[in-house]
Design a protein around this ligand. Structure first.
Ligand code: ZN
Length: 404
């Protein structure tokens, strides 16, 4: 049977970078090629109902060994981030890691910069060669899911319900579940295997909105501008200054929310400000949106018809989806503990595909892959963490069967 490392080393060599400037779905054709490859892997394992749809979603079934258990899904994404080079990934394997620096072609991964490396002394660590990302995000998830279902297939004596697996395109560009067919997937609940370090278990994420402020100025000769000129860029700067200066990404952590000025383009005649608004708490999230609206309204009184504000909700905290079904989170926690992994339950300061799926009636917490430093050349993953992810998935399947 193929082990998780062998699968992982094969999958990272497939170039699957997504492209946020593309208008097609999936955004890149190479993801469709990888989808076909993964369907072949599923056939090799002996899975059923293997399907690749026109969008590139791969789905497959591992049949139940016991009756009456819930159907559990496991989901990972096939694409890698467009933030770093993803072609020509050359995995670099460090056996018996000694706690020192890991020199690569142009860079070194050092314990000074990444103290977490100390947790992995003696393990085998996989990195890229320094010129690309590694792609553990999220090919580790794919390798872990396929290794786990192959193991279950080879051990029919382990009781488990029906298992559905799903591999999705374009997660890194925020479109990962745009065409995900929840009904066809047919799971009672699912887990994305897309987290970071060993033990991560996440079922809370930001509430998110995007705000666009557009300002129309009045440009006249500065020599005769008194009481006539409206400088759109200056007006924009005034609005920026009115927002709480400490509630920004660089000054918040944990469960604190923020206003983040993503871009500001301005001249005398026009200005556009793009903000993202984030908060874990639904009520304070609402307050943040109201606050921005009120501040802009105040400016509007001074400059009628010059300013427009548009706020669009992006995604919501999935925690509320688990109010009546916390056992889904508990099951993952129990499984981790059963295989000797300490669960690290922390809210995600971002969104996940699982958050959107949870609101599409497929409750879906996120579980660790074991990787670190995603989206860049410092990415690495310890083999033992991948093996623990495999064991966790197997154990979830097994414990899930007891919940009839
Ligand atoms: Zn990911």
């Amino acid at each position: 049977m193929k082990q998780v490392t062998e699968r992982f080393l094969t999958y990272v060599k497939h170039h699957t970078t997504s492209d946020d400037t593309a208008s097609t779905f999936p955004s890149t054709n190479r993801q469709l090629q990888f989808a076909d490859f993964l369907a072949k892997e599923c056939r090799e394992i002996g899975l059923q109902d293997i399907a690749v749809d026109r969008y590139g979603y791969v789905m497959a079934t591992l049949a139940a060994t016991v009756e009456g258990a819930p159907t559990i899904g496991f989901i990972s994404h096939m694409d890698t981030s467009p933030d770093a080079e993803g072609a020509g990934v050359m995995p670099h394997i460090v056996e018996h890691y000694d706690g020192g620096s890991i020199p690569l072609s142009h860079i070194s991964i050092t314990p000074e910069e990444f103290p977490v490396l100390q947790n992995y002394i003696g393990d085998t660590i996989i990195t890229a060669d320094g010129s690309t990302l590694l792609g553990a995000d999220d090919k580790a998830g794919i390798a872990e899911i396929l290794t786990a279902v192959a193991y279950l297939k080879a051990h029919p004596e382990i009781p488990h319900g029906k298992i559905r697996i799903g591999f999705t395109p374009d997660e890194e560009i925020g479109r990962g579940v745009d065409f995900f067919d929840v009904e066809a997937f047919g799971a009672d609940f699912a887990y994305t295997i897309d987290g970071g370090e060993i033990g991560e278990l996440q079922y809370e994420n930001f509430n998110a909105a995007h705000a666009t402020i557009t300002i129309k100025g009045k440009n006249v000769h500065p020599g005769s501008a008194k009481n006539v000129m409206v400088n759109a860029a200056l007006l924009g700067a005034e609005i920026v200054a009115m927002l709480p200066e400490r509630e920004i990404p660089a000054k918040t952590e944990g469960v604190e929310g923020f206003f983040h000025l993503v871009s500001f383009q301005g001249t005398v005649s026009s200005a556009t400000l793009q903000y993202i608004i984030r908060d874990f708490d639904e009520t304070t999230f609402g307050h943040r949106k109201n606050m921005m609206t009120m501040l802009v309204d105040r400016k509007k009184e001074q400059y009628p018809n010059a300013i427009t504000l548009e706020i669009r909700d992006e995604y919501a905290n999935m925690a509320s989806c688990f109010k009546d079904c916390m056992y889904i989170v508990d099951l993952a926690e129990e499984a981790m503990e059963a295989v000797g992994v300490t669960p690290v339950i922390r809210p995600i300061r971002g969104g996940t595909d699982g958050a959107r799926l949870s609101y599409m009636n497929l409750p879906c917490p996120n579980i660790f892959t074991g990787g670190h430093n995603f989206h860049g050349p410092y990415e690495f993953i310890p083999v033992k963490s991948m093996e623990k992810a495999v064991e966790t998935i197997v154990k979830i399947a097994e414990l899930g069967a007891k919940r009839k």
